[in-house]
Design a protein around this ligand. Structure first.
Ligand code: NAD
Length: 512
């Protein structure tokens, strides 16, 4: 689908200004600065969107609180019905929204569609969840007492998202938050504001049809300052922030300072171990997809491959061959595997990282660099780069959000696991081996220290059914499947005395 058709389907204005502040049906430009959205595909202006100033922000927070007072008393399965309808609306607009994601962010059209599919999947998950927000019953130590716990809606949830998943991360949060009875306020990345407008429009239309209170789904466009207001505001019960570790450290401290709740999904530095007993065909495919997919701009992108000495040379040879067949260009052209980086600043960081590794003693096995020429006029296209490096290099310890892959060597499995864990981040990890002892060691308590640990499967491409997130500097948050919903609710323990005396717990006597 071409981008003009996609924008038409989504009802978006390209020439005019799009709204920057919305509480559902009521959407306004906002009195903050106008945000211009340029496509990394061709460098052209796609659209301009408004943003929120402080007054707009305060208004939206007040609306969100008002809506919460009503929304929390809807039966959860009725809220689930709304999410079901939202998922169906996404099904109808999947091709158009996928194309917009691809054009505004730069990932391939297939990956744009994949992102929208994740939104649909989490809606399905949330619909089921709306009938399963279970609490426990607990046996009381006192006679004629019943004890149980129940989960109640939490309040307005602030959602701060990164540029690289412009729509899916919002849906991971909102689908759960909505069935849990929370209202949401979303600040998309200022690099992809039109995706924010498109999603809000789809939600607002569905919500109107289902008479959902104004303010359940809010949008507040803006830069980091708007994110800071979200972190500071005590009316926002949960701050779910996805982005760099630098951002998460700031948001986490501010929210903790007001004793609020945060859910942090931050940077990764993901490694894949290739054992001498690996099926190399599988490993090569997983490494190429993990390192080159989304031009290395996934939080779960493969950044380090830790290879057993005996298979190192063979692995490098096969990797070089596979990299030779990668096609780079317009991400909406389905023949291409890799699109551009998000902006020229990202290109500079990519070039700087390659230079730094060289200075630290590393060497490029597959040379990277910027792609020049008319086809690449936006200045955001680069070649995927593979470098031989050492685990302790400073640059290797950091996350560079670009297609640079570091090759590291190991001799025994414990050494490989130690290298894998010896970075500050802890998001995703993988091992390729046919040896059960190795894979079980990798998954054991003294194995991978990451939130995600896969066997014979790459580091990127998580399913929504599992809890998603990572440890250490990745922030410790969990989103999406499993019991991640609990972060969006408050737990209450209830004890009922149906006897005629009032026995105290722990056998305490208090004679009056
Ligand atoms: P970023 O940290 O620059 O920005 C992310 C969001 O935070 C944006 O909306 C931005 O406006 C806002 N922000 C920035 N500083 C802030 C502050 N001090 N207070 C409040 N809000 C602030 O990240 P990015 O470049 O958009 O995205 C790339 C990063 O996101 C990578 O590090 C990647 O690993 C990470 N990421 C992590 C996950 C995950 O689930 N773990 C998913 C996607 C992306």
């Amino acid at each position: 689908m071409n981008i003009q058709d996609a924008l038409k389907v989504l009802g978006l204005e390209t020439k005019e200004l799009n709204f920057g502040v919305s509480t559902g049906n009521e959407s306004v430009l906002g009195s903050g600065p106008v945000i211009a959205s340029h496509s990394p595909v061709d460098g052209n202006l796609i659209s301009r969107c408004g943003s929120a100033n402080r007054q707009d922000f305060d208004f939206v927070v007040a609306k969100s609180r008002e809506a919460f007072a009503v929304w929390r008393s809807w039966p959860a399965p009725a809220r689930g019905e709304v999410v079901r309808a939202f998922g169906n609306a996404l099904r109808e607009k999947k091709a158009a929204l996928g194309a917009l994601v691809s054009f505004e962010m730069g990932k391939s059209y297939q990956e744009g569609l994949g992102e929208v599919q994740e939104m649909i999947d989490i809606c399905d998950f949330a619909v089921g969840l709306s009938r399963q927000l279970y609490g426990l019953t607990i046996h009381s130590e006192r006679p004629n007492h019943r004890m149980f716990e129940q989960w109640h809606p939490l309040g307005p949830v602030g959602i701060i998202t990164a540029f690289n998943f412009p729509v899916a991360v919002w849906a991971w949060n909102t689908a759960l938050a909505w069935v849990c009875g929370d209202t949401t306020l979303w600040k998309p990345s200022e690099k992809v504001p039109l995706c924010g407008v498109a999603c809000q429009k789809i939600a607002a239309e569905v919500f109107k049809q289902h008479h959902v209170p104004e303010g359940v789904s809010c949008l507040i466009q803006g830069d980091r300052e708007v994110g800071e207001w979200i972190a500071q505001n005590p009316a926002i019960a949960l701050v779910s922030a996805t982005g760099s570790t630098r951002m998460g450290r700031q948001v986490g401290q501010v929210v903790a300072g007001r004793l609020g709740r945060s859910l942090l999904e931050l940077g990764g530095n993901n490694a894949l171990i290739v054992s001498e007993e690996a099926d190399l065909d599988l490993a090569i495919r997983a490494v190429v997809f993990g390192a080159v997919g989304t031009a290395g701009q996934r939080c779960t992108s493969t950044r380090r491959v830790i290879i057993q000495n005996k298979v190192y040379d063979q692995f490098v040879e096969r990797l070089q061959k596979a990299y030779g067949s990668i096609r780079i260009g317009d991400p909406l052209d389905e023949n291409n595997h890799m699109g551009p980086l998000i902006d020229t600043q990202a290109v500079d960081m990519y070039l700087k990282a390659i230079e730094s590794v060289k200075q630290e003693g590393g060497k490029a096995l597959i040379a990277g660099g910027k792609l020049e020429g008319e086809k690449y006029a936006s200045g955001c296209y680069v070649k995927p780069c593979v470098m031989e490096a050492k685990p302790e290099y400073q640059t290797v310890q950091n996350e560079t959000f670009a297609p640079i892959l570091y090759l590291l060597r190991y001799e025994n499995i414990q050494e490989a696991i130690d290298i894998q864990n010896a970075v500050p981040q802890g998001l995703s990890s993988a091992i390729f081996t046919q040896n059960l002892l190795e894979s079980e060691t990798f998954l054991s308590a003294s194995g991978s220290d990451c939130g995600i640990a896969n066997v014979n499967l790459g580091t990127s491409g998580a399913e929504i059914g599992g809890a998603f997130g990572g440890e250490k500097e990745t922030g410790g948050g969990r989103e999406s499947g499993s019991d991640a919903w609990k972060a969006y609710m408050r737990r209450q323990t209830n004890t009922i005395n149906y006897g005629r005396s009032i026995p105290l717990a722990q056998g305490i006597q208090f004679d009056l």
